[in-house]
Structure formats: C-alpha cells, structure tokens
Design a protein around this ligand. Structure first.
Ligand SMILES: C[S@@+](CC[C@H](N)C(=O)[O-])C[C@H]1O[C@@H](n2cnc3c(N)ncnc32)[C@H](O)[C@@H]1O
Length: 267
C-alpha cells in the first residue's frame, strides 16, 4: 500500500491509475526508489508525500507537525453530530496540530465559528498554512491562536460562551514504547502526557469548564488504556454530566465526552 501511494505521488496520479500504467519513466523510477528507501528507514509515509487525508480534506503535513490519524476522524464526526442543527455553533479545538479537527468542522458545518489553539511554534506554521488553504477554497476561516490549552488566561473573552470544546491532546504516558515513525518524527509536545499520560488533560479540563456555556459539550481523545481513567477524572472534577466513553472502529476505548452542568435537561 505504501509503495503504491509513493509511486502515485511521484507520478502525481491517483493510486487507482497505477493499474493502467504501461511504464514508469526512468527519472520517476529513481525518485520512487529513493522514497521507498526512506520509508524503509521508517520515515512516515505522509512526510514523504507531504499530504495526509482526514475525513473529506487533504492536509499538508511534514516535519514539525503531528500526522493526523484515522481514529481521530471519529471524534471529529462526534463534534459534527453534536452541532448539527445549530446555526452558528462556537467550537474550540485545543491542540490543533495540522488543524485536522478544526478545519474538518469548518468544512462540514459551514456556519461553525471555530477557534484552533496550538502551543508548538513549528506545528502552528502548518496549522496556518492549512487554514489559509481551506479559506482560499471557500470554507469559513478558522481563527488560529498560538496558546497553551492549560493557561488560565487562554481565550478569556469566550468564557461561558463556547458550545463545544474538542481536543486530541498529548496523552502517551512518559516512557511508553511507540513505533519509530512516532518516536522519531512526531513532535514530542504532541505525544507525551506525563506519568499517566493525563497531565495536559487535567489543565485542559479546567480550561474547557471555564469556556463552555452551561449545557455545552466536551470531547477528548485518549489512549486505549485511558477508557476508565479519563472518564473518572472528568467525574471527579465535578460540574459535568452525561460523562461517556466511546470506542473506535476496532472496539478500543478512544474518546470521552461530557456535558457542562447547568444546561437544559437531556432530550
Ligand atoms: C496528539 S496531537 C493532535 C493534533 C491534531 N489535533 C490531530 O488530531 O491530528 C496534540 C497537539 O497538541 C499540541 N499541544 C500539546 N500541548 C499543548 C498545550 N499545552 N497547549 C496547546 N497545544 C498543545 C501539540 O503540539 C500537538 O499539535
């Protein structure tokens, strides 16, 4: 699969077109061989093609930014389900990286007013690049903000007014074994979350509690092993209702959702 995608990228054709190609020019074959060697040395496929598919979008990625993962498409889908039927929902994506969730929400819900927050100075260049590309393509512009999701002063002007906060935060417990593609190529700030992986989540919970309006929604992606600990953390924080955990397509616990207390009763 990776070899086919690399050859398709070299030839700038869709992968399905490879079946009908009669020959590969020598210069393209040489570039392909070089890319295969890089992939064999565990450089991520998306860094070699420069693109990552996420839901309906293709995003630019490369060194310095986290490559969006297919499982994150699920929490983005949950966001879109939650805000469907609301005219101008205000959505905040904390730790936006390439902008995958924020830009998908803006693309798939044209009325959404989306703020995307990122702390990493290199990653945010990719966010800005992708956000500009989507705005040029006609999507409602996403506000990209350099900031720390655990900062008590972050987005103070939005306190109590946000309809939905979403985050795929760094959640890998320090010292956990990860594949070389991840360890050597995803930015450290995107991965490591302290001894239990939940250090950043603790601060993010306080930020979300402050930003959300009563009845507003929170969604947080997490590691397989955090399907019990993350919902427990939310319940222990107090002020949340309808705390639930959701599996991914492989049946593994993948994200926690909750509702800010004080809103209308659930329908
Ligand atoms: C796991 S990546 C997810 C990126 C993107 N949301 C996605 O799903 O592909 C976590 C992101 O959070 C950012 N980040 C880590 N700590 C942060 C903090 N305290 N405040 C804001 N962003 C942070 C990282 O730089 C990284 O881009």
């Amino acid at each position: 699969m990776d070899a086919e995608l690399l050859l398709a990228a070299v030839l700038t054709v869709p992968r399905a077109r490879l079946l009908t190609l009669d020959e590969v020019p020598a210069d393209a074959a040489a570039r392909f061989a070089a890319l295969v060697a890089e992939r064999a040395s565990r450089v991520p496929l998306q860094h070699l093609t420069g693109r990552a598919a996420f839901r309906l979008l293709e995003l630019a990625v490369g060194p310095g930014v986290f490559v969006p993962r297919p499982e994150t498409e699920l929490i983005a889908g949950w966001v879109l389900d939650r805000i469907a039927g609301t005219d101008r929902p205000r959505v905040v994506d904390l730790g936006t990286g390439s902008g995958a969730i924020a830009l998908s929400v803006a693309h798939e819900h044209p009325g959404a007013r989306v703020v995307a927050v990122e702390a990493d100075v290199e990653a945010i260049e990719w966010t800005r690049h992708n956000a500009a590309a989507r705005a040029s393509a006609g999507d409602r512009p996403v506000d990209v903000l350099a900031g720390d999701m655990t900062d008590p002063a972050l987005l103070r002007d939005l306190d109590g007014s946000v309809d939905l906060v979403v985050s795929n935060p760094p959640y890998v417990p320090d010292g956990a074994r990860v594949p070389r593609e991840v360890a050597d190529h995803d930015p450290p700030l995107a991965l490591w979350g302290g001894p239990d992986g939940l250090d950043v989540v603790r601060g993010l919970l306080r930020t979300a509690a402050r930003l959300l309006r009563p009845g507003g929604w929170l969604g947080i992606e997490h590691a397989d092993a955090q399907g019990g600990s993350l919902p427990a953390l939310v319940r222990a924080a107090g002020g949340w209702t309808e705390v639930a955990d959701h599996p991914d397509l492989a049946g593994r616990p993948r994200y926690t959702t909750a509702r800010r207390a004080g809103g209308p009763d659930p329908q």
